[in-house]
Design a protein around this ligand. Structure first.
Ligand code: S3P
Length: 167
């Protein structure tokens, strides 16, 4: 199975870049968040609020498992998915994992005003990013087969960089 899996923090551009990359490679694009929202017919914020984060993490895990049976795709996964140990072997089995790395400043400017991501609500955005990144950055780097620095790059340049890594 050789999917291209994009991981990284919220606001790293996984969905936009993933969609563009899939278009260029003429393969399907799958986004675990979008799949969950579609199947549940409710927002991620609603799932977090009514059922809790653990339930959402299980839904993500189920989506990832489903990808094992799908044809090769570009797969964009939520920022918290690679942090869950239960997903590590699955990610390896699915294909090549690419970490889209962006600075905290870049992420903060992209995520400013966001109301859709439950983990960023309340408190200051910079502090939320700082503390989550502290927990996650090392894990992203360990889980990734490749790391792509995205700071200051346009979407098309990030896509080109990824293409040089996966062909
Ligand atoms: C989350 C990231 C979100 C979404 C949920 C939790 C996280 O996806 O899965 O809000 O824990 O980082 P994006 O990374 O696509 O924003």
């Amino acid at each position: 199975m050789n999917h291209i899996i994009l991981i990284g923090f919220m606001g790293a551009g996984k969905t936009t870049i993933g969609r563009g990359l899939a278009r260029e490679l003429h393969i399907p694009f799958v986004d675990t968040d979008q799949q969950i929202v579609r199947e549940q017919n409710r927002t991620i914020a609603d799932i977090f609020e009514k059922d809790g984060e653990a339930c959402f993490r299980q839904m993500e895990h189920e989506q990832l498992k489903k990808c094992l049976k799908k044809r090769t795709s570009v797969l964009s996964v939520g920022g918290g998915l690679p942090v869950q140990k239960m997903n590590h072997d699955l990610l390896k089995e699915l294909g090549t994992t690419i970490y889209l790395k962006a600075s905290k400043e870049t992420l903060a400017s992209r995520l400013s005003g966001d109301r859709s991501r439950p983990l960023l609500q309340g408190g200051t955005l910079e502090e939320k990013i700082e503390s989550l990144m502290k927990e996650r950055e090392e894990i992203y780097e360990q889980v990734a087969d490749r790391i792509v620095e995205t700071n200051g790059l346009e979407i098309k340049d990030v896509i080109s960089k990824i293409r040089t890594l996966v062909v």
